[in-house]
Design a protein around this ligand. Structure first.
Ligand code: RTP
Ligand code: MG
Length: 141
């Protein structure tokens, strides 16, 4: 399997719960490397641009409002099959449906406050990494 990069965001609910370290430990435990990382308070315009693909969805405004309700922790994860591996670690979008032992099952409260974001495909991973990180910020590579 190829080495991939994926974009991960620890959402405001999980940052407020002070579980960044516990979530990072899960990435590392699965063999994913955190090759870039920053904490940021997103502006409404930034959150709208990041989630532009969901613009027509009924939950768009709630999603954007939630994502700017507090700081987020944003990271690039690198490893074999990183995109799918991260999605497996995250669990289903709705924490009630997420498998036991996943990040969302353990740390999320609702489909809105669902602890983490992860890119869902190679194309979106490349776009989302570039949205938040310049080449120079990614571990000098
Ligand atoms: P994410 O993009 O945040 O990693 O989550 P995901 O792929 O599992 O879910 P996606 O379909 O991309 O939706 C993005 C975020 O929008 C919120 N959502 N709310 N109320 C609803 O029916 C609903 N559906 C989605 C969730 O917070 C989801 O993470
Ligand atoms: Mg998604």
């Amino acid at each position: 399997m190829a080495v991939e990069r994926t974009l991960s965001i620890i959402k405001p609910d999980a940052v407020a719960k002070n579980v960044i370290g516990q979530i990072y430990a899960r990435f590392e435990g699965a063999g994913l490397k955190i090759i870039a990382s920053k904490q940021k308070q997103l502006s409404r315009a930034e959150a709208e641009a990041f989630y532009a693909v969901h613009k027509a969805r009924p939950f768009f405004n709630d999603l954007v409002s939630f994502m700017i309700s507090g700081p987020v922790q944003i990271q690039v994860l690198e490893g074999e099959g990183a995109i799918l591996k991260n999605r497996d670690l995250m669990g289903a979008t709705d924490p009630k449906k997420a498998e036991k032992g996943t990040i969302r099952a353990d740390f999320a409260d609702s489909i809105d406050a669902n602890a983490v974001h992860g890119s869902d495909a190679p194309e979106t991973a490349a776009q989302e990494v570039a949205f938040f990180f310049s080449g120079l910020e990614i571990n000098g590579r």
